[in-house]
Design a protein around this ligand. Structure first.
Ligand SMILES: [Zn+2]
Length: 189
């Protein structure tokens, strides 16, 4: 049986870079890699994933109501499935992936999901909550607080330089997201 893995970290922790590193490693061995990302994150254009250091890879953008197993079935036998921005997956999609890695078709195909765990209000994203419940492996990608050198576990959202703690969970664009430790999360808001 293959594994469903959730690699989670704050903003700017290098999740996408790790995804691209894994993809390259598989491709160097002549293996087929399927990369998916969310159509909610359009910062770097659709149909690709872009790390903050500028490394990119082609990806298929999916919506949270897509039948993810139908999509995988239409592609040609990937050796691994990598999913970026997995916090935007629906609970149903995560449940499907969990069944997939245990199924006859998916038993040799690992699925690695990369995403945020908690939002700027420190509440779990739907996809993250489902992955915490369903994933076979949980891996934290660590990063440091932007205000000190302790581990960052939370994310602050700034609009026009001011921290905010209300508003929609998904708001991509003019906000700046800053990874912080719990102390700085509490002290700034
Ligand atoms: Zn700090």
């Amino acid at each position: 049986m293959a594994d469903l893995t959730f690699k989670y970290g704050t903003m700017k922790s290098g999740k996408t870079l790790d995804l691209i590193r894994v993809a390259r490693s598989y491709r160097e061995q002549g293996k087929i890699v399927m990369i998916l990302t969310s159509d909610k994150d359009t910062r770097s254009g659709i149909d690709k994933v872009v790390s903050r250091v500028g490394v990119t890879a082609e990806a298929i953008s999916i919506s949270d109501d897509l039948n993810i197993l139908g999509l995988i079935g239409r592609k040609h036998n990937p050796d691994i499935i990598l999913i970026d921005e997995a916090q935007f997956l629906s609970t149903e999609q995560v449940r499907m992936l969990s069944e997939y890695v245990a199924s006859k078709t998916g038993r040799n195909i690992p699925v690695i999901c990369y995403g945020l765990k908690n939002d700027f209000k420190n509440e779990l994203f739907e996809g993250a909550a489902a992955l915490l419940a369903y994933a076979d492996n949980l891996v934290e990608i660590e990063s440091t607080c932007q205000k000190c050198n302790r581990k960052a576990t939370m994310t602050l959202r700034f609009n026009n330089g001011l921290p905010i703690r209300f508003g929609d969970q998904v708001h991509i664009g003019d906000s700046e997201y800053v990874p912080v430790c719990k102390e700085h999360y509490a002290s700034i808001i």
